[in-house]
Design a protein around this ligand. Sequence first.
Ligand code: CP3
Length: 371
Amino acid sequence: MTDAPTSSLPASHPLVSGRTSGSPLVRALRGDRPETLPVWFMRQAGRSLPEYRELRVGTAMLDACLDPAMASEITLQPVRRHGVDAGIFFSDIVVPIKLAGVDVEIVPGRGPVLGSPIRSAADVDALEQLDPAALAPISEAVARTVEQLGDTPLIGFAGAPFTLAAYLVEGGPSKDHIRARTLMHSDPETWSRLLAWAADVSGAFLRAQVLAGASAAQLFDSWVGSLSRADYVQSVAPHSAAALAHVADLGVPRIHFGVGSGEVLRDMTTLGTDSVGVDAVGVDWRLPLDEAVRRVGTGVTVQGNIDPAVLSAPWEVLEAHVRDVVRRGGAARAHVVNLGHGVPPETDPAVLTRIVALVHELGDGTDGAAA
Ligand code: CP3
């Protein structure tokens, strides 16, 4: 394990001051196996927590994201309750596109919906650059949160250009992202400009979080599973690489996650190049971690992949599943335990707390005790 250069970060940044550089999460992301496996959950902040539901009454989702005190408190809730090894910043992948002037809202139970979809060259021409000053509420929320987190690292995140484009072109949630994929084939030039814009906006959002104190950065390509491998490599991966390049000089560990990503997992690791381009790759519940390691090799940490559906199964079933995930993760250079996708809103939060305690009893995950 080598310490990545962190020279462009301020001396007070937790990765530089040493507050989080020795944390199980940061060590595992950099390829080490700490004495206890780190564990956190995608969507750990949110509707599974009664304290979240209470705080959110009367505030629209995107207004909550832009209120630094509220975003910070919501980020801290699951860390206090579950004892997870990381906070994930409470925000949304569409926050930076809203800050760049796109008319978007999040409809409860549905997801992001646009006032008018982006479908033509003229629509793409009309997109505006993100004014860095607009990110002030994000930087403030992160700084407040990191102050409270002590030695626990905060993960910053952004949406990958393809997943953002899936919302921008469709105008809302969609099943197979047909319109977006049609645009990719019918007008590659417009497609490429749209993804380049999304990469810039997401990259700036991610960079603001890292500079304000986040100790890791995760790129979410939730809908990557609808792409063929060839289309991913040619028309998408270079833009994801461009988004992640916004934090490359900061030396912060980078995680790349997608759903249904089995066919492209290796390409998500290399970002379409010949060598490993991220520190960790997130794996969904469909692919056992030992098989994921066979596909991506041992030059990268794996993160995952408890099946969210098993969270509501009897504890014995869930416990056996978690142990199996940890055992298979033993094939990787290092493992960050997580779900294969987000926490479903109906999850009993006590179950998540119990998983954290179980994972912390399983040592570094390689002693076979997990079997
Ligand atoms: O705890 C965390 O993981 C941090 C917060 C977070 C949210 N969104 C909060 C949120 C993160 C990391 C995201 C990312 C995000 N947003 C993704 C990528 C991850 C994934 O889940 O695949 C995507 C695809 C979105 C777009 C989006 N925003 C969807 C599909 C939804 C769900 C709609 C619904 O109501 O079911 C949202 C809304 C959203 N983002 C909620 C939360 C807590 C629910 C809002 C509410 O409480 O009403």
